[in-house]
Ligand binder design. Structure first.
Ligand SMILES: [Zn+2]
Length: 241
C-alpha cells in the first residue's frame, strides 16, 4: 500500500466535511420532526380535553334535571293520592290534617319546580358554551391539521435532501484513503459532526484554542494528519495561511 499524499487527502476531506456538516444538520432537523409533531398533537389534545369537560358538565346538569323531574312526578302523585283520600275521611281533624299534608306536598313541589327552572337555565347556558367551544375546536383542528401537514412536508424535503447529500458523500468518501477516512470518521462521530477544522489566525476553528507554531509547522510538512491538542479534530491550513 502506497503512502497517501496528505495534502491531496486533506483537500478531499474538506469536501467530505462540507457534506458531513450538511448531513449532520439535516439529521438534527429530522430528529426534531417527531418532537414537533408530538408537541402539536399534545396542544390539540389539550383543547379537546377542554371541550370534553364542558360536555361532561352539560351531561351532569341534564342528569340532575332528570332526577328533579322524577322527584316532581313523585310529589304530584303524592298530591293526587292525598286528594283522592279526602272524601273517605271521617272527622274534620283528619280532613284538616290531610289538607295540611297536601299543602306541604304542594310547597315541596313548588321548590322542586324552581330548582328545575334553574337547571333548565344552566342546561341552556352549558349548551351555548358547548356550541361555542365546538366551533373553536373545529378551527383549532383545522390549524392543527395544517401545521401537521406542513411539518410532514418539511420532513419529506429533509429526507430527500438527506438522500441526495448521502449519495454525494458516498462518492466523495470512496475517493479518500481508507485509513485516513477511518480516522476522520472516528473523530466525526465523537465530535458533533465536525472532524476537520481550519486553522485561522493561529486558532483551531473547532474549539478556538491557540494552535502552537510547532503544530502549524507540522501541518505544513504534510507528513501525517495533525490533530488539535485540545479538541482532537484534524487541522488543515488554507493556501496562504
Ligand atoms: Zn481544536
Amino acid at each position: 500500500m502506497s503512502t497517501p499524499d496528505i495534502r491531496t487527502e486533506l483537500i478531499k476531506l474538506v469536501e467530505l466535511q462540507g457534506l458531513d456538516k450538511k448531513i449532520f444538520e439535516l439529521n438534527q432537523k429530522k430528529e426534531e420532526v417527531p418532537l414537533i409533531l408530538e408537541r402539536l398533537q399534545k396542544a390539540f389534545e389539550g383543547k379537546k380535553a377542554d371541550y370534553k369537560t364542558l360536555e361532561s358538565n352539560l351531561q351532569k346538569t341534564q342528569l340532575q334535571q332528570k332526577e328533579k323531574e322524577g322527584d316532581l312526578n313523585a310529589k304530584e302523585e303524592g298530591i293526587k293520592k292525598s286528594q283522592s283520600q279526602l272524601g273517605a275521611l271521617k272527622t274534620n281533624k283528619e280532613y284538616q290534617a290531610k289538607l295540611a299534608e297536601i299543602e306541604s306536598l304542594k310547597a315541596d313541589k313548588s321548590v322542586i319546580e324552581e330548582e328545575i327552572l334553574k337547571l333548565m337555565d344552566e342546561v341552556e347556558t352549558a349548551k351555548k358554551a358547548l356550541d361555542e367551544e365546538k366551533k373553536i375546536l373545529a378551527g383549532e383542528e383545522k390549524i392543527y391539521n395544517e401545521e401537521k401537514r406542513a411539518v410532514e412536508e418539511q420532513a419529506k424535503d429533509i429526507e430527500a435532501s438527506l438522500q441526495a447529500e448521502q449519495g454525494k458523500r458516498q462518492i466523495a468518501a470512496a475517493g479518500v484513503d481508507k485509513k485516513i477516512l477511518q480516522a476522520y470518521e472516528h473523530i466525526l462521530h465523537g465530535r458533533g459532526g465536525v472532524a476537520l477544522v481550519k486553522v485561522s489566525n493561529n486558532s483551531c476553528e473547532g474549539c478556538h484554542m491557540r494552535v502552537p507554531h510547532q503544530v502549524i509547522n507540522e501541518i505544513k510538512m504534510y507528513n501525517r494528519l495533525i490533530t488539535c491538542e485540545n479538541c482532537s479534530r484534524i487541522l488543515y491550513l488554507e493556501e496562504g495561511e
